[in-house]
Ligand binder design. Sequence first.
Ligand SMILES: Nc1ncnc2c1ncn2[C@@H]1O[C@H](COP(=O)(O)OP(=O)(O)OP(=O)(O)O)[C@@H](O)[C@H]1O
Ligand SMILES: [Mg+2]
Length: 266
Amino acid sequence: MQANRLGGMNDVAEASAAASAQPPMIAMRGVDKHFGDLHVLRNVTLEVDRGQVVIVLGPSGSGKSTLCRTINRLESIDSGTIAIDGVELPAEGRALTRLRADVGMVFQSFNLFAHKTIIENVMLAPIKVRKLDKQSARTRAMELLERVGIADQADKYPAQLSGGQQQRVAIARALAMNPKVMLFDEPTSALDPEMVTEVLDVMTALAKEGMTMLVITHEMGFARRAGDRVLFMADGQIIEDAEPEAFFTAPTTERARDFLGKILSH
Ligand SMILES: Nc1ncnc2c1ncn2[C@@H]1O[C@H](COP(=O)(O)OP(=O)(O)OP(=O)(O)O)[C@@H](O)[C@H]1O
Ligand SMILES: [Mg+2]
């Protein structure tokens, strides 16, 4: 589906020259966020290039979800700026609604509409927000359902699907808006182990197609295989920013060593 963005990139040198002239896909500068007295994001600065897959790790409460949620303004920020593809996100208003649609998000809980069929779930936002006509929305939704391997479930209701299938619908639903960025907040944490792989496979395929992704996950195999970069957060700050191999083999901070010791011994 990213053919429009990847089209013409036959020549790698040309593509990278073009990419270097473009703004980062995500640019956060000096972002602070408080919940009451709690300083949850502390002067966070982060640039993510287009096509990059960034894994976000860190202990519970370190601010990972909040970081993701500020990127599409599900949470407001107290100071700093956030730009998507060179366009700064306003705090509110119509422009925000439009820009927010550029950022797809997939949560741990799939959040599908229970009273709508699978295909209706995928068609809904393109019709409401992008003003797509029903037939085009349906055609596009079917393509996406095929892509995530559940076209045969299109007319069922969410409760009739397994958790892994529902999460794949949630991914298709987010992709239906043609986002420039996809955020994943522990997308496989609520799934039974046998369903984790089918969701990670869809995410891996998306990464290979060139989607810019920020992924909070405890799936270390996926992080190593699909990640271009690992961010490690602690107390509202990004305290490590490294390539996966470097991070997993030689984390530089005590906090990260501690964290890895705990999750890898599970
Ligand atoms: N809506 C909210 N109101 C008040 N405090 C909040 C709110 N959301 C998050 N927090 C607090 O902000 C801090 C960061 O939370 P956040 O959910 O970003 O952490 P996290 O790294 O995603 O943790 P986890 O791994 O448990 O999901 C925590 O102390 C949390 O309790
Ligand atoms: Mg979280």
